[in-house]
Write a protein that binds this ligand. Sequence first.
Ligand code: DC
Length: 225
Amino acid sequence: MKPISIAIDGPSGAGKSTLARSVAAKLGFLYVDTGAIYRTIAYDVLQRGIDPGDEAAVLAGLPQLRLELSHGADGLQHMLRNGEDVTDAIRLPEVSMCASVVSAYPGVRSYLLDMQRRLAAEHSVVMDGRDIGTVVLPDATVKIYLTARAEERARRRMLELEQRGTPQPYEEILEDIRRRDWNDTHRAAAPLRQAEDAVLVDTTRLNFEESEEALMRLIVERMRE
Ligand code: DC
């Protein structure tokens, strides 16, 4: 049977990864967090002392990076850089900022395109990112554009950081979210936008369970069609 693909795109902090991971577990599909792949490239750039703003240097470094993705029995996606597990390290704020810069380079995006498409050709996937429904998997079985108001995304991120013991002021978080939204939607290469055939899900007023229920309902309906 042809693998099924669920594409979930949207701005940062909309709850994409938590929801995508949980929906994938329910469906028995592979969860693919494409942001983590861009983050691993960013991490490599920083580790090697390459200037993220130097597009040519970033591209020249790509063939030397052995980038692997593995899934544990728990369904969690681990990122490997030259054999080393960097799953936690790629979440640092400096890596987020660098990922936002290097992901705008067309050469970086095309370098990762095959890898993402191969995963979806070999497995039924729930794949989250910015351009999954528009560029990576234009024929995805179900396309969802998941969003929430910037203020609500900042509030959720603030609570998350507090729980992690690394609090940050609300205004700073909101500004960071707005800056990343702007970067993601204004870049020339594969900007973040809702695919014409994607269903919009706004989680501003929904909690996790309600959001998950909305997604599952939509996915099951579409898969039946
Ligand atoms: O979702 P995230 O915050 O982990 O993504 C990290 C960065 O990578 C973010 O700046 C957007 C970018 N990205 C992208 O350009 N395309 C994707 N499919 C996924 C992420």
